[in-house]
Write a protein that binds this ligand. Structure first.
Ligand SMILES: Cc1ncc(COP(=O)(O)O)c(C=O)c1O
Length: 306
């Protein structure tokens, strides 16, 4: 989706035609990346209903990201959840789609002293969205770009400026013929991918880096903890070295866009037998059932649109 995604965008409490949702060129966020945002998915189910996955958690994270930079959000998390559902209905969206809430500093001038009084825009954009990566799995490379870290740009806040680091890592991985990259933190441990969290399976145990390894508190990461517990696995958070990626039995990424995706090779080293691992598959399939409303036990994570 590069041009028009839906008929209407929600902009500061109003439904505005996609073509008419415009902001001034002097918008602060365009100059300095002072945007905090979210990425959410809604899934159509077998009975032709549409459910947004963990909508409240995403809107709450948006507010936490805003807190870090003291960027004002004029709408509560609950109001943004309601606006999202209304927007999906207004656009008559029945198919699986992506939802992008975006809150950014507007006409503040060129100075950098953003405060809670700086004017902000708040928008929600929706567009149809299918798979991001192949279900079969992906090949990744470790990036020469280190992940941003808490001493300079806090990775825990989902802010637009962070993604310049992700762009560099992604460009490099594509140049090298990989589908995705994995970044190291400043100490050289595994951090995360440009838009996903990383998990490693060794000897039937599952590991993932600490959030302190410069990772985002992924909502799919959290979902994976719950799924794993349900399947009888415990996930251990600990630093993971690059070498362990080459020794892992299974590796996978988690993220709203990527969902759960197996890693088939790292820097050309096959992971396990070079195919999606068994634990990865079980978690991926459970995730897919949960988001499409086939697991009543997890139905509290779904917000029904229709
Ligand atoms: C840098 C980064 N890490 C991890 C994730 C995964 O987070 P989530 O599962 O909440 O989509 C994302 C996606 O939002 C991301 O951009």
């Amino acid at each position: 989706m590069k041009t028009k995604g839906a008929e209407f965008i929600w902009l500061d409490g109003k439904f505005v035609k996609w073509e008419d949702a415009k902001v001034p060129i002097f918008t602060h966020a365009l100059h300095y990346g002072t945007t905090i945002f979210e990425g959410i998915r809604a899934y159509s189910s077998m009975d032709n209903k549409l459910h947004v996955f963990r909508l409240a958690e995403h809107m709450e994270r948006l507010h936490r990201s805003a807190q870090v930079y003291r960027i004002n959000v004029n709408y509560s998390a609950k109001e943004l959840c309601d606006a999202t559902v209304e927007l999906l209905r207004k656009n008559d969206i029945k198919e699986s789609c992506y939802i992008r809430p975006l809150n950014f500093v507007g006409l503040h001038g060129i100075d950098l002293n953003v405060t809670l009084d700086s004017p902000t825009y708040c928008a929600i954009i929706v567009f149809p969205f299918a798979r991001y990566f192949s279900e079969q799995g992906i090949r990744v490379g470790v990036s020469s770009w280190r992940r941003i870290n808490d001493t300079s740009i806090p990775p825990m806040a989902k802010a637009a400026g962070n993604y310049l680091n992700s762009v560099l890592a992604t460009q490099e991985s594509k140049r090298h013929g990989f589908e995705e990259s994995i970044m190291l933190d400043q100490e050289g441990n595994i951090s995360e991918a440009p838009g996903e969290n990383v998990f490693l399976v060794r000897d039937h145990s599952i590991y993932t880096p600490y959030i302190g390894n410069s990772a985002l508190e992924g909502i799919t990461r959290n979902t994976t903890f719950e799924i794993a517990a349900n399947l009888g696995y415990t996930i251990v958070e600990r630093p993971i070295s690059r070498t362990e990626l080459y020794m892992g039995d299974e590796l996978f990424l988690t993220g709203t866009a990527a969902e759960i995706v197996g890693i088939l090779s790292v820097d050309g080293h096959p992971v396990g037998d070079g195919r999606e691992g068994q634990i990865t598959r079980r978690i991926r399939q459970a995730y897919s059932r949960i988001v499409t409303a086939e697991e009543p036990r997890f139905s509290s994570w779904l917000t029904s649109v229709w």
